[in-house]
Design a protein around this ligand. Sequence first.
Ligand code: ADP
Ligand code: MG
Length: 666
Amino acid sequence: MEKLSKSKRINYLLGQMGIFTPYDVVNHLPRRYEDLNYTKERDLKNKDRVVTIGKIVSLPRLVRARNIQIITFEFLTNQKNYFKVVAYNRQYLMKTLSMDDEFTIVGSFSKKNNEINLINIYKGSIPPSERLKAVYTLPSDYQNYLFSNLVRKSLDDIKGKVFSNIPYKYLNKYRLIDKEKALNWAHFPSNYEEIHQSHRHLKYEEALLFSIKNQLIRDSNKTLGKIKKEPIGIDLCENFINSLPFKLTEDQYKVSEEIIEDMNQSSLMYRLLQGDVGTGKTIVSFIALYANYLRGDQGALMAPTDALARQHFENAKKYFKDTKIKIALLLGSTPQSEKRRIYDDLNEGYIDIVIGTHALFTKSVNYSSLGLAIIDEQHRFGVNQRITLAGKGEHCDLLMMSATPIPRSLALTIYGDLEISTLYTFPNKHRDVKTSIVKTTDDIIFERVNEALENNKRVYVIAPLIDYREDERYSVEQLYARYVLEYGKKVGLLHGKMKNEDKLLALEKFANGETPILVSTQVIEVGIDVKNANTMIIYDANNFGLASLHQLRGRVGRDGSKSYCLLAVENLDEENKEKLAILEESEDGFKIAEQDMKLRGPGDLTGFRQSGIPSFSFLNIIDDFRIFEVARDDAKEIVKDKDNPSYKWVINKAEKSIVSKPLIKG
Ligand code: ADP
Ligand code: MG
């Protein structure tokens, strides 16, 4: 790979984070603030964080022990206390540590030797107005102060061009500061109150816009009255249900009833079916499609990837084989002539159920009577795509499916009056996946792989990146090479940049055992069902969100046999351990989702897209619950009075954001 120049590289890194304009820069809020207010040294307790100012009073010494470099020196603080300061692996400091200057030192205090373990050191004193320093979530080789400089420059660039989306009435009601100030204070606060005031504005603004958007979608759904149709009941579906190769779980039955009941209502269905990976959502969607067929309507089932759409198609053909239902598969890669035939047949009403990807809502697709649109893995689609699909029918019920469970009260708060059905139980009771955190170099990894191969099982190997990117994370290519070295022709490769037919071939070879090891990105997170996969190794597991990891491991152990998920990390530091331990301990998708949402501070880069939870820049879904509630009520007020000129701007903005970009990624 060609080496990039420094500025190009920085632009590249920013692009990776979705940052392209000065507005994007200033919207990337600090993850936390480093407090540089000086500590009272009198009350110091062991392990306390210390910030102090003073002078170096002994010549700094550098010692090398094995491959660690240790710097030590004596420090006399302005509060007249002596400390020994120790710094690890900071050889470069030797040049700057002079005995003539004052330094501000940040470190952790160790009572035993009256020692300060150095974290940061700054020349001179820190002016009172700069004692809260923004710390950003950035790629590992992008330094904080560089980004800070960029923020300063960007704030300058947009000066006078920043407008809040909050109508004046509400700015006033909550006594919010103006937006430009809010952004300035968020990045360069002089005290905690400024941070607080800044966040009040930014969070409320985001929650309000989100809520107005939801309200608008809801309203437009409601106003589309439904054509009165023959009511159908689940009793009419019994024949179909009894023809299935398995018995429905109680949950599946109950939820199917709920959905059909909802389809009988005079207003359109707007419902989320949530259930952990493997709870059996697909068959519920088929029952809904069946009921919809009985009332004489066409149905569409949209999946985010070709592979998943194909899998649904194969299953549908199998389960519906004793019916007269005509099913078609429509993908972007479907040959043009066949596409044209499918378009005609949909238009003429010859096709009852169409299964596919985005291709389902392109302009050329017209249905004769679309009555039910189902969206699998709904979070992979932008809001507008869901709406566009439903909009293909004049009176179309909408069912969205998601594998990330959201606590009900939370879902109601963020989505308003969306209906929710939940599958709590698994059809295979004995799913037995043991999850453990290991180091990437542990022997246990290959031992597990060997064991799986001996038992004729399948192994998933997951990496966070596709190609080598000069950073420290594992890539699929790298791991593929590594595994081929060990296991030769038994290894397959799968990632989003491959051609469709190659992806399919890879999946097929994996399923039939030709390549029992599959090295992949998290594309396989989505829906793929290979029953006898019993081992999964996720490299750099700390790079994924908890909900994503939980979804990933849902791919193994589907035949009920003893299974393993190894979360491999380079460093077993406290932060990683604490986060990943939740997965070791819990199988409860709700609990994990909640933890996941809690752990994500603003500006967190990992896992948003895969989580199924709408992503927010400023809000934390759990901690800022109250703000959502307030904003939801305000949004109702605003939308009700939407011709009011003072609401024009925000309504407009919300409408525009409904046409959002697709969220699909390989
Ligand atoms: P998900 O909710 O993750 O989409 P799927 O619909 O893919 O789950 O179902 C997971 C697996 O469980 C599939 O192989 C499906 O055939 C099987 N399955 C679904 N319902 C039942 C059931 N009631 N009894 C036994 N197996 C079932
Ligand atoms: Mg599924």
